[in-house]
Design a protein around this ligand. Structure first.
Ligand code: ADP
Ligand code: MG
Length: 230
């Protein structure tokens, strides 16, 4: 907890330094993780049953996720802007996510509707794709122990002066006590969460002069709304 507070403080004052350190640690960490994966396949029988080994792999994976997110958090407001077909990218994000749900044999019923009037947009395509993946993944996580038939809806439409993108789930919802904390770096209610997804997403969206807003209740689930200037 102390370490997280120190990192949060550092992030406020020394963005670039944190990014550099995260990046430097990430490389050897990736080597470590890939080597562990390789070893686990080479010694499948002995390694597989060992929970110690699995703990190590989980730890290494978590560390890689954390370093990825940390690097992103710092780069969040440095955009690499270009004109790209936003409607097409939104449709792709939805299709890829639906495919991954399918692949995992998930029970989530996902629907998407992307307005045909959403055309080209000037922004950072890679970073926006990451935002869409973040909010879709959060919705999926929220649907893990869903009481009802789990449903996820991803939609986007063009309004007069903005583009509205929404991700709605009928999952666990967000207790009112924590609503103010959602965008704080490292705030998570998940055992293996990094708590950086929404912090990163907010930075990226605001760097595009957009907004991100979350409304939720315990019975109807959650709606994440993002707007981008048209
Ligand atoms: P992480 O996913 O690693 O926990 P995030 O920054 O993405 O970090 O999300 C922070 C927290 O916000 C989550 O731990 C969860 O408690 C809450 N949250 C985000 N999206 C949803 C959602 N769709 N339904 C319920 N809770 C959510
Ligand atoms: Mg997340």
């Amino acid at each position: 907890k102390d370490a997280k507070e120190i990192i949060t403080q550092l992030l406020k004052n020394h963005d670039a330094a944190v990014a550099t350190i995260a990046h430097e640690i990430r490389n050897p960490m990736t080597v470590l993780y890939s080597s562990m994966q390789l070893m686990s396949s080479l010694y499948a029988e002995t390694a597989k049953g060992s929970c110690v080994w699995e703990e190590c792999m989980d730890g290494a994976r978590h560390m890689c996720d954390l370093l990825d997110d940390l690097t992103e958090l710092n780069n969040g407001n440095q955009l690499n802007r270009a004109s790209f077909p936003l409607g097409h990218v939104l449709r792709n994000s939805a299709v890829l996510f639906a495919m991954s749900l399918n692949f995992e044999k998930s029970k989530i019923e996902m629907t998407s509707s992307i307005d045909k009037n959403i055309k080209r947009f000037n922004g950072d395509r890679t970073k926006l794709e990451e935002v869409f993946l973040n909010i879709l993944t959060n919705a999926k996580d929220a649907l893990a122990d869903c009481k009802y038939a789990p449903r996820l809806q991803f939609r986007a439409k063009k309004l007069d002066d903005k583009i509205l993108i929404q991700c709605q789930d009928n999952g666990c919802g967000i207790p009112t006590e924590i609503v103010d904390k959602l965008y704080e770096p490292f705030f998570t209610t998940k055992e293996n969460g990094t708590g950086l997804g929404l912090a990163v997403s907010k930075r990226i969206i605001e760097a595009h002069n957009g907004t991100i807003d979350i409304t939720s209740d315990h019975t109807n689930g959650t709606i994440v709304s993002i707007t981008l200037p048209a």
